[in-house]
Design a protein around this ligand. Structure first.
Ligand code: XMP
Ligand code: MG
Length: 180
């Protein structure tokens, strides 16, 4: 699998260090509260697993699965909820955990839906952000790394379903995309 990788953008050790820092900040910020982490399937599964083990608080997890309407890889911002939360979030402290924020359209739509359910608080934790691509303003309270406008895989992120299990955040070789 590493043979398909052109470049490692963020090595595993740096990701682990950053996730530990984010977990410590979250632990301080939510001291005394019971937290609900909401992961967005499927990309956020890996960061969710590492992040939750670095949060020293009573905490629960839940997941949503969404699908973006519109053409190919470009996000339209209108999302369909494929799997909704199991939990009622009204009055809860909710932290949405995302793998990557690109245009921000998907997350901003999702936040609108969650806000309407009247959580006690609603914040965002994203492992990666592509700031040059942003089309809507989002207040990301916990951010791991900013990355350039390149398609990245690994640590939960996929290309055509594959590469999620790579431990590093990587850019693939051109030839991998040429075949599709
Ligand atoms: P928006 O543009 O709405 O989209 O912020 C965010 C979603 O787009 C996907 N995305 C990526 N997935 N590598 C990926 O594997 C990437 O470089 C990438 N950029 C955007 C991702 O599903 C994210 O939730
Ligand atoms: Mg995603």
């Amino acid at each position: 699998m590493m043979g398909d990788v052109a470049e490692i953008l963020v090595p595993s050790a740096e990701i682990q260090e950053k996730v530990r820092e984010m977990g410590e900040r979250i632990t301080r910020d939510y001291a005394g509260e019971r937290l609900l982490l909401v992961g967005v399937l499927r990309g956020a599964v890996v960061v969710m697993g590492d992040l939750m083990r670095n949060i020293d608080l009573p905490c629960e997890i839940d997941f949503m699965d969404i699908s973006s309407y519109g053409s190919g890889t470009s996000s339209s911002g209108v999302v369909r909820i494929l799997k909704d939360l199991e939990e009622d979030i009204s009055g809860r402290h909710v932290l949405v955990v995302e793998d990557i924020i690109d245009t921000g359209l998907t997350l901003s739509y999702l936040l609108r839906s969650l806000r309407a359910r009247k959580p006690a608080s609603l914040e965002i934790c994203a492992l990666l952000s592509k700031p040059s691509r942003r089309r809507v303003e989002l207040d990301v309270k916990y951010l791991g790394f900013e990355v350039p406008d390149e398609f990245v895989v690994g640590y939960g992120l996929d290309y055509a379903g594959a590469y999620r299990n790579l431990p590093d955040i990587c850019v693939l070789k051109e030839e991998i995309f040429a075949g599709s």
